[in-house]
Write a protein that binds this ligand. Sequence first.
Ligand code: SF4
Length: 302
Amino acid sequence: MADLPLDSPQIVELKSRLFPWWDSNARDLPWRFGKTTPWGILVSEVMSQQTQMSRVAPYWTTWMNVWPDARALAKASTAEVITAWGHLGYPRRALRLQECARVVAEKYNNRLPQRYEELIALPGVGDYTASAVLSFAFNARIAVIDTNIRRVLSRAALGVESLGGAATVAERNLANDLLPRDSKESNIWNQATMELGAMVCTAKNPQCEICPLCEKCNFVAAGKPGLAEGRTRPRQHFKGTNRQVRGLILHALRSKTDAEPLCYRELVKLWPKSAQLDECLMSLDDDGLIELLPDKAIRFPK
Ligand code: SF4
């Protein structure tokens, strides 16, 4: 790995190019630019953890209209929460978010805490989410380290591909060292770098020709060595997986207009392989997403 060119004129140049790009190109997402509360920002971060922001936006808007703060979400029924989560995927996140809402409502009087140690202790909140909330909601000076930011910084500043997996010490040091000293600027830096990684400096096909950093990018200068090398994880197929079956089961439950349980006779019509169907019913029950009743009927937990 190349030496970290900290405080070099090149890094100063990267910053001066990124900010104007952000001003002209940032997507006007409903949780950006001071349009929501710290709680709204936390909800957007949880929803975006494994789902693209553009897909999250309509769900987020509906969700926040119904449950504008932690106290409102804390009072919702599990069925309402799982139903509103819709097709965002990985629905356990919805239950964790509601657990988080209950803690915020009860322990913090409905206001998100502003200390890292308190945020990271909340259900479903890890290092990334705690850092993102501190930076985006409270303008704290803290490096936010997600895959997009790691990729941009590693390519532009070090000239090497980010290899995925857990963030390395070098990547964390780099993110911290490049962070502007001013807290408001650090907020923009985090958001702009993340946005560049999502929209331009993508994993497989970086659009260097339209990138504001191109002329000063060490990765381009080096001939893009090992482009997309970190993407060694085989693409996960969805069709036929337990994820698909679990999604079908939850979708069928959400679609029921009455509050009656879904009987097993209806469930077997969803999926022909009964062993896999049963396995998915068990795992959904274990995750607290459904309640398994006698005769293998199911309903949302009360
Ligand atoms: S020039 Fe290309 S590799 Fe460098 S930061 Fe921009 S998109 Fe990424």
